[in-house]
Every structure is written in C-alpha cells, then in structure tokens.
Write a protein that binds this ligand. Sequence first.
Ligand SMILES: Nc1ncnc2c1ncn2[C@@H]1O[C@H](COP(=O)(O)OP(=O)(O)OP(=O)(O)O)[C@@H](O)[C@H]1O
Length: 415
Amino acid sequence: MTNLHSFTGAPPPSSTKGKGRRPPRAVFPIAVPLIGVAVVLFIMALVFLKRRLRKSYVAMALETIADIFTAKSLQYSLTEIQIATNNFSVDNKIGEGGFGRVYKGVLGNGQEVAVKRLSRSSVQGAEEFKNEIVVVAKLQHRNLVRLLGFCLEGEEKILIYEFVPNKSLDYFLFDPENKRSLNWSRRYNIIGGIAKGLLYLHEDSRLRIVHRDLKASNILLDGNMSPKIADFGMAKICGVDQYEGNTNRIAGTVGYMAPEYMRRGQFSIKSDVFSFGVVILEIVTGKKNSSFHMMDRKVLYYFNKVWKHWRRGEPLALLDSSIGDSFAKNEVIQCVQLGLLCVEEYVSKRPTVASVVNMLNSSSVTLPTPHRPAVFRSHGSESIVEELEVEQSNTERISIPSSVNEASITEPYPR
Ligand SMILES: Nc1ncnc2c1ncn2[C@@H]1O[C@H](COP(=O)(O)OP(=O)(O)OP(=O)(O)O)[C@@H](O)[C@H]1O
C-alpha cells in the first residue's frame, strides 16, 4: 500500500507496541509544505475563476454581504428620527412635495439633516425600498444631495438627506425680490454645477440613473449658492412599475417633461437632457416654462418664445432684467443656444450631458444650430406634442449674429 511515508521514501514508523508513543517525526516537515501548496492552488483557482467569470459568484456574494452591512449602517430607528425632528413638529417642517412632508432635524451626532417622511400611499415593498436606498446612498458628488440613511418601521418609510441650507432654485428664480440675489455669474455657475451632477448620474456613477423629474424646485442651493440636484431615485423608490425605459405611469412635471416621455412614457438620459434644457432657459430668462399660452389649440410653452427671439437674432433680449447689465454676453448666448439644443423635439438631436459639459468648459467648441422646440397640441384636457415635420431642414436657417453660432467668443459684454 502506498502511504505517505513510502511515497516520500521515509522509513515506516516502528511499532509503538510496548513502547511509549513517539511522535511520527517525518510527517510534519512534509505535510506543512503540502498544505501550503494546497492553499496557494486554491487561491490561484479562485483568482482564475474570478477572472474568467468576470462577475463571479464569489464577487456577487461579497457584494451582497457588503450591501447588507451598508443597509444596516444606513438604518435609523423611528425613535432616533422622532428625537431629531422634535417628533415631526410643525416648527421643523420645511416643505412638502409630491412624496410627503420634509422636516429639518438634527441627528445625535449634531449633523443637520432633512427628513422626508414618505406618504403612506407608497406601494413599494420594504426589501425593494431598502435595496434602492443602498444604491442611491452610494452616489456621492458635490452637486447631488447626499442620501444619508433611512428608517423603516411599521408603516413608516423615511428618507434622511444631508441638509442643504439655501432653499431651492425656484424660490429665487421666480420671485421678484429673491431673484435679485442671483446675478449672472451665480446663474452660470449653477448651470455648470447642475450639468456636472447630471453627468455623474448618467455616466460616472456605477449605474446609469435617469432622474426623470429634473426641475427648478429639485435643485437645492448650498451655503455658497452652488447647486445640488435633489430627488434622484425618488420616482424609482416610490413606484415599482417605473423602472423600465418605458412606463405607463408617468412621473414628471408639466413644462419639464420631454415630448416622448409625455406622449409614450419613454424615458432616457435624453429626456433628462430635455428637462435640463428647460431649467437652463428658466435660469437665463427668470421665467417659468410652464407659464404657457394657447394659440390655435396649441400649447406654447415659454421656450417657444425663446426660440422666436433666437430666430430674430435677439437672444440677449431674453435675459432676466433683474440681472442688470453686468453679465458676459458670450456666456448668455451660449446658454440660450445650449438650452434650445437640449429642448429639441428629436431625441437624437439633443446633446448628451457630457457634450453639454464640454461645451460649457471650452470656448472653442462650435455649437450646432438649434431647431424649433416641441409644440404641444391641446386635446381636451390633455396636451400632446404636435408632429413637426417642418423646421428640421436647412431651409430653416435662421439669421442670427455670427457670435451666436460660435461659442468661441471670449470677450465679455462691456460692463
Ligand atoms: N435636503 C434638503 N435640504 C433642505 N431642504 C430640503 C431638502 N430636501 C427638500 N427640502 C425642502 O423641502 C421642500 C419639499 O421638497 P420635496 O423634494 O419633497 O418636494 P418638491 O421637490 O418641492 O416637489 P416634488 O416632490 O413634487 O418633486 C423643498 O422645496 C425644499 O425646500
């Protein structure tokens, strides 16, 4: 019989009968290296498997375990939240949106937070709610409002966000007094910040996230008046049937929704670009896009007026008069052009956010000529987009100053 000793050439152990038990001296020196080799081979096999299967079961299992720990670390008890918000006192209430009330709170460690108590009508299951929070809480960018945790107890579903002190963009933009605090350089900086936050959601985070409800009231301003996009993932968190690129339940805001989303429930990163275009034009003009008017049963949103001015070569006439005359002409023209490009009716004509960021950062990029934006036709109480077969050809060339077609202007408007 081949045993370890004969295999290794070591003499078989002598009988221990009648003698004291002696340790088999030859076994340890040979067994130790063999175990070592086995361990190394096992590790090599794991590495090999992981490489072959890219996302191996081992990696997935590790990720799941990590997510369980993350979920635990993000979870707060209802008592902690009640203490933080003074038991959801009216004095702590800072707002109310479509998903529920928002309260200001202070956590046990002194951190100021915004606590969003979701309304009970949320149909989402607890596990799904938790899973999505783990995903959203991993997103970190200076232009996104950070989700810090959640509370899930009984009927309660609560989200805990970092507190952003300076209210939302709409609070400033559409109020005759408040808008004076937004000079042009602040507005330009806000446009750039939103673009960076959106780029992160669309391309730089581990996932591709379509916001679906980008609007002035979802842009919060920090102590330096820098923008932070809020409410990303909310539509996902609050509705199980809204996850796909196509949905029957349209969650969005009139005036900001892309035509294909409004008409067919089709959402994509380009529908976010559309909403971003509306926000850009609102920042420049200080006017709500949703303040539409009817003409021949057509709903004309404010951006149609912007378009008319652009065609006439008067983009500067659109600038919010509260800005005064201290602004960089080339930046204003660039933003009007970018806004109009983003609200193009055809998805393929809209730029990606990456190119918007590129256009904002580089004065030498030549911007394409925008076409007429979508027009909505009134159908009873509904508004749908009019099919535009015109306006897309070269015959539609518009007469605008050469500086408008080129974003390469660096000379600021004389102050
Ligand atoms: N992280 C936060 N920090 C400070 N204030 C916040 C924060 N989140 C929300 N708020 C305040 O609470 C208000 C309500 O916010 P919420 O996101 O619930 O609603 P909304 O964006 O106004 O509407 P909707 O839910 O329909 O999109 C906001 O206008 C803002 O003033």
